[in-house]
Design a protein around this ligand. Structure first.
Ligand SMILES: C[S@@+](CC[C@H](N)C(=O)[O-])C[C@H]1O[C@@H](n2cnc3c(N)ncnc32)[C@H](O)[C@@H]1O
Length: 227
């Protein structure tokens, strides 16, 4: 895998944020879940402690806990500085300030780091890079989640990358939820309508669903694709 550690900017969300971004119900969290591009989020760690079943994939899992931790420490200040520049693009009602955001993200990433070695041993953190074929059986997962990975990077990852990745996820999971449907500049992904039409035209059900989470202004919808 070609990913270089110095190109990684680790930034991880919390379990509670995943629950709200993806409107996860009590029933959802009892289903076998695939996390796509989970990075240093604490969703896997917390859900596992709650007795759930989740496998996360991300190319950063080729690195050791120490390597990821060093990279978090190296990049933290510049991510916070960037947030200060873009402060007006976010809604500061739940997360009240940049300081609170920094603490929340560090808490989540520390929960991830504490769980990382055990999770790797349990094959809950797999170093996999989309859009490659996934080492899972057809329908192995009931639900796949992609937080701040697909659609968000539409300026860097092509339409073809999205099609291949999503088609492969839909082979191994019965349902995929993607949040947000905005790109980094806060506009709707230019691929969104095309992807909805593509999957609806191929026997899937694809739709936008409102969620009770908004941090990036206007980012309060997820794309749901079901078999
Ligand atoms: C902004 S982070 C989001 C992390 C986590 N999902 C969250 O919401 O806190 C984006 C993640 O996508 C991962 N990523 C980038 N390219 C990828 C690829 N080709 N396949 C899988 N994951 C990828 C990155 O390594 C990074 O961890």
């Amino acid at each position: 895998m070609g990913m270089k550690l110095d190109s990684v900017v680790p930034w991880g969300r919390s379990y509670e944020e995943y629950v709200r971004m993806f409107s996860l119900s009590e029933e959802d969290i009892r289903r076998p879940i695939l996390g796509c591009g989970d990075g240093p989020a604490s969703f896997n760690s917390s859900l596992t402690k709650l007795g759930g079943q989740v496998v996360s994939c991300d190319p950063i899992y080729q690195f050791t806990a120490q390597e990821i931790k060093s990279r978090i420490d190296e990049t933290y200040e510049s991510v916070i500085a960037q947030m200060r520049l873009n402060e007006q693009g976010y809604l500061w009602n739940t997360i009240k300030s940049i300081e609170a955001l920094g603490e929340l993200r560090m808490r989540s990433m520390n929960l991830f780091l504490e769980d990382y070695d055990a999770g790797k041993a349990d094959a809950r953190y797999l170093a996999l890079e989309f859009p490659k074929k996934l080492p899972f059986r057809d329908n192995q997962f009931e639900l796949a989640l992609a937080s701040h990975f697909l659609l968000l990077y539409s300026q860097h990852l092509s339409y073809d990358f999205h099609l291949k990745s999503i088609n492969e996820v839909m082979r191994v999971a019965k349902e995929l939820r993607i949040f947000p449907v905005l790109t980094l500049d806060g506009k709707r992904s230019p691929f969104l309508e095309k992807l909805i039409d593509y999957f609806n035209g191929r026997g899937f059900f694809a739709e936008l669903v409102k969620v009770n989470y908004e941090f990036q202004i206007g980012g309060n919808e997820m794309l749901v694709i079901r078999q």
